[in-house]
Design a protein around this ligand. Structure first.
Ligand SMILES: [Zn+2]
Length: 190
């Protein structure tokens, strides 16, 4: 018997999250560059991000042409390199007018490094990092960048730092439900 998928959230019907989604506008343009191998991962948080923030753009590829500039400012890359501005420690001095859009790499630490290697223009972008995000709740996987935070949690935290009106709670709620689904599935299987 073939598995039935919800046509709105693309999850199996038994795991449909549509009733729990409160979509909100993204406070600035966000592009997620996802490594193709990551896209097949059942535990990727990107599908949840797309439900909660329908404005975000997703590109699943190893090679992406340089982006045209956002409506204002420049694209910034969410990546913890040595030059990165820390949205927590340097919150008071962030050049907000210059942060016109965010590029987020989705994949393991190794795959995100590969994306940087294959798309040298990404390495020219100014970078943002964070240091005080709440402890990760997504216990089933380690997040990109080596930190124990999923892409969803990382982006929710940074967007909230860049725009205090942005509410991370609806995103965390979706993630919690998804974690519970995986845990109950493990219990069923065991
Ligand atoms: Zn659904």
């Amino acid at each position: 018997m073939s598995r039935l998928y919800c046509h709105l959230c693309s999850l199996p019907q038994s795991a449909c999250l549509c009733a729990h989604v409160s979509p909100q506008p993204c406070p600035l343009p966000v592009l997620i560059l996802q490594h193709p191998l990551e896209a097949r991962h059942a535990k990727s948080t990107v599908p949840l991000l797309r439900l909660a923030l329908p404005d975000i753009r997703l590109e699943v590829t190893e090679h992406l042409d340089p982006l045209p500039p956002p409506a204002k400012g420049r694209w910034w890359l969410l990546y913890p390199d040595a030059q990165a501005l820390d949205v927590d420690a340097e919150a008071a001095t962030l050049p907000m007018a210059d942060i016109g859009g965010l590029v987020v790499l989705d994949g393991t630490w190794r795959k995100t490094r590969r994306l940087l290697h294959l798309n040298p223009w990404l390495r020219e972008l100014p970078t943002l990092s964070f240091s005080e995000a709440p402890a990760g709740e997504y216990a089933i996987r380690k997040g990109p960048g080596g930190q124990a935070l999923s892409t969803l949690e990382s982006l929710a935290h940074v967007l909230n730092r860049l725009d205090a009106d942005f509410a991370p709670a609806p995103l965390h709620r979706l993630l919690k439900i998804r974690v519970a689904q995986f845990q109950s599935h493990q219990t069923d299987a065991g």
